[in-house]
Design a protein around this ligand. Sequence first.
Ligand code: TRP
Ligand code: ZN
Length: 458
Amino acid sequence: MKRLLALTAAAFLALPLTPATASPAGTPGAPSAGDPYFPGQGNGGYDTRHYDLTLDYDPASGHLSGRAAISARATQALSRFNLDLADTLTVRSVTVDGRPASFTQSGSELVVTPARTLHDRRGFSVVVRYDGTPAHVLDPDGSMDGWIRTADGVYNANEPQGAITWYPGNHHMTDKATYRFTVTVPADRVAVANGDLVRRTSMGGRATYEWNVREHMASYLATVSIGTFDLTDRRVGRYRVTTAVDPQARGDATGFAERHPPVLDYFGELFGRYPYSSTGGIVDNAPEVGYALETQTRPLYPRVPSESLLAHELAHQWFGDSVTPTLWRDIWLNEGFATYAEWLWADKLGTRTVQAAFDEAYARPADDEFWQTPTADPGGPENLFHDPVYDRGAMTLHALRGATGDAAFFAILRAWAREHRYGNADTAAFIALAERVSGKDLGALFDAWLFKPGKPAL
Ligand code: TRP
Ligand code: ZN
């Protein structure tokens, strides 16, 4: 009733001012994508298509100044909409389709009211100018996330919620878009991002790096990492391999670029072709961060990766980056698959068979706390990166393989990568696909491995 009255009043007030040809008044876009683990993430009412980010960063002071030009498409008539951006950054101006728009910032919501209502299903463009000193956030599990400063620059890892710390956007994984980055840093530093290196120019002691991402990418997989890196960009085998290695990084970086093609070739045989136009990695010296991330096309490592970590992050390019979950609860579709790929790579190298890896993980006693977390719902955002998601997720795939046989199992993985390439998909879609491709009823298997607490029987 209250809502009805409000609408009637709005319609009445708008009437004398609205020319006959104008669109109906829009309504505000939702302030959330509705993910229960991170209710602040994402927004409704539009889909982003492309981000053009121009950033200028001073590692000494930590000051960032940015311009984000976002192309989007309305999915309803919009009177206003939200972007996600931490309020440690100050927005200086917003335009929508070239006209100044009014805006407010509160917490991580940037609320934009365009001068005119945006029409449903039409494209529009937003330009946000902002600056400040980005601060990383702490995740529910206590880890650092986002724009993380290092001795010489930035370790920029954004899973699950760090994207708000450095650029405005629709920061839930269901809204993927293409990107272009133009990043200016002091000439003795390198700014490395996702996608293809387009050019490097320098002027007056500053260097500008341009990177282009042609395939749709979720916000949490974007990175602009900065430091004193040795940058290499060349063809190795069938791949364009672009690496950035901090000379201070722990571990032996010899042949880092050359280590990629054998892993990618093997995964290409098993999962279908590598989905991106370039590959490589960013190896920083960041012991205080402690975790790597599968940043799209070019994973980010806090030290030189072991062979299994390299395989893990490269496998994510198929599982996580190209095929992305729809809710954080489905994170096993990333971590279980990448862990299984580690097992496959170790088996291929002759280090340990997949069966031995399964047996080791399965050997945990039935009363171990580990078995209380069902794979497909770790229970909350504090458990996203805990062992059950990784190891029980990988064991789930091995149990599936046992039930279907190798031919059907790898056909399922390839179909998953192909049918959802560059998109999003959830656990229910995986189950449906596995049953379709194998022709088997897998309800009991997935029930035991994905949804029920307790140690599944073999
Ligand atoms: N997705 C990363 C990987 O497995 C891990 C990761 C991302 C992580 N963010 C994290 C681990 C935060 C611990 C805490 O490759
Ligand atoms: Zn992972």
